[in-house]
Design a binder for this molecule. Sequence first.
Ligand code: NAP
Length: 279
Amino acid sequence: MILDGKGLADRRLEALKGKIKESGINPTLATVLIGDDPASALYVRMKHRACEQVGIRSVNVQLPGDVSTSEVLDRLKTLNEDPDIDGILVQLPLPAQIDTHQVINAVNPAKDVDGYHPVNMGKLVGGLPGPRSCTPKGIMTILNEYGIETSGAHAVVIGRSVDVGKPMALLLMLADATVTVCHSKTKDLPSITKQADILISAAGKADMVTADMVKPGATVIDVGTNHVNGKLRGDVDFEAVSSIAGAITPVPGGVGPMTIASLMENTLEAARSRCKPAE
Ligand code: NAP
């Protein structure tokens, strides 16, 4: 079974458009793009396009690649205090001279639609409601929508980053999976991945997951976006693995579109929370 993230994202965006119309709220997302990295610029454009599709107003703050951390923090303070802005997304990765931790910490947690702020990460660890990181949230939506059982399943996550691997592992744990997290120092990776009922690869290494690393019938989720000879490749050798997996996401058209759909959902949720009267 091909897990069609693109089709699912289109349906989620269409539903969201209706919800936004009904809500009478006009959510606004601010993106902050630093420098001129073409991939980052493309991702930001895709996010603005999705905003337009669902009826979210979007603004972009473009900063030069040599900007200082304190200048970025000043801009974030302005966005944090702007009552018209509901969600703030700082496009990562940031140029080397910028302190990424300080930048993430400076976003108002109530406007943190990426779910990266330590307050929101803490809520995830505690199983409390809060914005969830968009990529893991999108993956959970794929699993739920396709009826893939997480309870009692052995889920193996390759990658332990703050934006994908760690929140993914935590969400799977909250969904009652037994979770193993692997990384570059893991010994004998194939012996672990072969045990997975659900295998999620977020290593950023093209075609790293080969057929001999996958249990027949497993669900394989490919987060990787790797540019190889001008083409987008996932972490998974799709041609070989799809013949033994029970279900698999393609690249492109799998996790990527669901990441954007989740961002739109988080932005509406942030706008809704801010509209609630203070208790
Ligand atoms: P990252 O910060 O570079 O983390 C990569 C992780 O993979 C690290 O934990 C690393 O281990 C581990 N790893 C690398 N090589 C490995 C190997 N050979 N065996 C086992 N583990 C290995 O990357 P990220 O931000 O999590 O992103 C991962 C990939 O997903 C990238 O290709 C990125 O472009 C893609 N991505 C896609 C979306 C989407 O919407 N489709 C969203 C976000 C990211 P160490 O910790 O030991 O270094």
